[in-house]
Design a binder for this molecule. Sequence first.
Ligand SMILES: [Zn+2]
Length: 178
Amino acid sequence: MVLPRTDEPETRDVAGIDTIVLHCTAMPDWNVWETARYHTGPNHISPDGCPSIAYAYFVEPDGLLYRCLPHEIRSWHVGPWNERSIGVCMAYEAGDEPPPREQLKAAVDICADLARKLGLSAERVMGHRELEGTGFVIENGERVQRKECPGSAVDMSEFRHSVAAAIERPGGPGVMEA
Ligand SMILES: [Zn+2]
């Protein structure tokens, strides 16, 4: 199965990846196909559409995991951090309720698997909202929050703690290509 793409996506050196970014769709019931169609059509990131879906991995509410992009594709998910990061997105509307347990577990597992493969610590797993220049900006010395992504009910310290524990566990998640 092939997701829609507009152009040849830009490539990069995988050795330069030092950050894993957790996102949410923030839309009710969007799956990986709807997300890819949105990203490659006119959207909030670019009026001409992005070259590809913005996320390398996509996690359904039941924990089903899609691999959407090879790591050498430089996709457009976090502005100034695109070159050095890889995006993992949960199909999750955000709001007061945290994501389902199965989905969080799958997100933790893929982040841990990526951290192991890329030689990164759990501290390099960040929520989109934690990244300066996209999640927040500093204006006149003040922090201005721009994003809640991956949702205010997702505690990133707790998430990193779970990733650190999963890095220690042998084995990795099963991945479906999309
Ligand atoms: Zn995001």
